[in-house]
Design a protein around this ligand. Structure first.
Ligand code: ADP
Ligand code: MN
Ligand code: MN
Ligand code: MN
Length: 369
């Protein structure tokens, strides 16, 4: 059996006793931010002597930003507030942008604050009311790095019976999926669904539709909740796009996209136009669809089964092997949305939605080049 962490075996009933203590008028506010290469989530909690009602009630906070070789003062600028599903009301989780002292977006080793530039583009296209829905796939691992529920030596039965299936011999780690779903709903995250994936111990949840910048905000907080729920159970969720080499499924983060024009009658014309623009910018999009400029996705987009090839662009109705899929129902109704299946599970949703808006919703020099 997989290796779970020591802290997950601590007495949780005892913990409950303390969590039930009244906390008076005080409120714990947990600031969450994206650090380093835009991949790690960090947090820090402080006490407020009132209950914040809106994000405007949350003050900025100075932190020491630490990366290899240097430490420098940074500013946490609150952008989005959620209810805390772990220590419950009236405590809050607050997603923040990291700014330098000069109030410019912070850059660590790579660009970590992708939200700032994304938000500027979303402001420019806001009349189009862009909606996004992202499908976050992930894989559960024991603390030893071995997939959760897999035999210690050898492999589970080959893929084919796991996708969207039920049963003790097929679904590994459902507790985490169900608890994460509830936690997201409680927090106020626009989670829209979940399902088991093709590889055993691999799962997916969907967030959306979200308008504009909300997509990145809600997906990042949903990821924070996922890691936090997994911690309670003593396992690890990885967003690695190809956690197991060989004949095992990779993990992606499909993005579904529409504008108000696409959703209206006859909107398929606008969908087709967006796809033609995406065709011309395939390489540029691949560069922003994982945090390593396409390198991570190379292991996943190998052009077989339900994976398009990283080198070729393709689009089709109901085609799950293409880069872009127009759902069958959308083709029938001649309006709706399209799906880009290329983003890797570890993509930055701010970078992906930003690229999507620049290519499909802006003209001329603002376009992604
Ligand atoms: P798939 O069939 O590709 O597995 P899912 O059901 O997993 O699809 O995910 C569909 C996603 O599409 C959801 O996140 C949903 O919120 C999103 N979505 C639905 N309608 C729209 C729309 N009009 N515009 C953008 N996203 C949408
Ligand atoms: Mn899906
Ligand atoms: Mn999927
Ligand atoms: Mn999909």
């Amino acid at each position: 059996m997989s290796c779970v962490s020591d802290s997950s075996r601590l007495n949780k009933f005892l913990r409950e006793r303390y969590l039930n203590l009244p906390q008076g008028e005080f409120c714990q506010v947990t600031y969450v931010w994206i650090a380093y290469c835009g991949m790690d989530l960090c947090y820090k909690t402080r006490t407020m002597d009132f209950t914040p009602k809106t994000i405007a009630d949350i003050p900025e906070w100075d932190i020491i930003g630490q990366t290899e070789g240097f430490s420098t003062e940074m500013l946490l600028a609150p952008v989005c507030m959620f209810r805390d599903p772990f220590i419950l009301d009236s405590n809050k989780l607050v997603l923040c942008e990291v700014l330098k002292n000069t109030r410019e977006p912070a850059v660590f080793i790579l660009e970590s604050n992708q939200r700032n530039s994304c938000n500027k583009i979303m402001e420019k296209v806001k009349e189009l009311h862009p909606w996004f829905g992202m499908e976050q796939e992930y894989t559960l691992l024991g603390v030893d790095g071995h997939p959760f529920g897999w035999p210690r030596l050898g492999f589970p039965k080959p893929q084919g019976t796991y996708y969207r299936c039920v049963g003790a011999d097929r679904a590994f780690g459902r507790d985490i999926v169900e608890c994460h779903y509830k936690a997201c709903l409680y927090a106020g995250i626009k989670i829209s669904g979940t399902n088991p994936e093709v590889m055993p111990s691999q799962w997916e949840f969907q967030v959306g539709p979200c308008e504009g910048i909300e997509m990145g905000d809600h997906l990042w907080m949903a990821r924070f909740l996922l890691h936090r729920v997994c911690e309670d159970f003593g396992v690890v969720a990885t967003l690695d796009p190809k956690p197991m080499t060989g004949d095992w499924n990779g993990a992606g983060c499909h993005i579904n996209v529409s504008t108000v024009q696409m959703r209206e009658q006859g909107g398929i014309e606008h969908i087709d136009r967006a796809i033609e623009k995406l065709r011309k910018r395939h390489a540029e999009h691949i560069r922003v669809y994982d945090p390593n400029g396409g390198e991570d996705n190379k292991r996943r987009l190998i052009g077989c089964q339900v994976f398009s090839s990283i080198n070729d662009f393709s689009a089709g109705v109901a085609n799950r092997g293409a880069s872009i899929r127009i759902p069958y129902r959308v083709a029938q109704n001649k309006c709706g949305y399209f799906e880009d299946r290329r983003p890797a599970a570890n993509c930055d949703p701010y970078a992906v939605t930003c690229a999507m808006a620049r290519t499909c919703m802006l003209e001329g020099e603002e376009e992604l080049k």
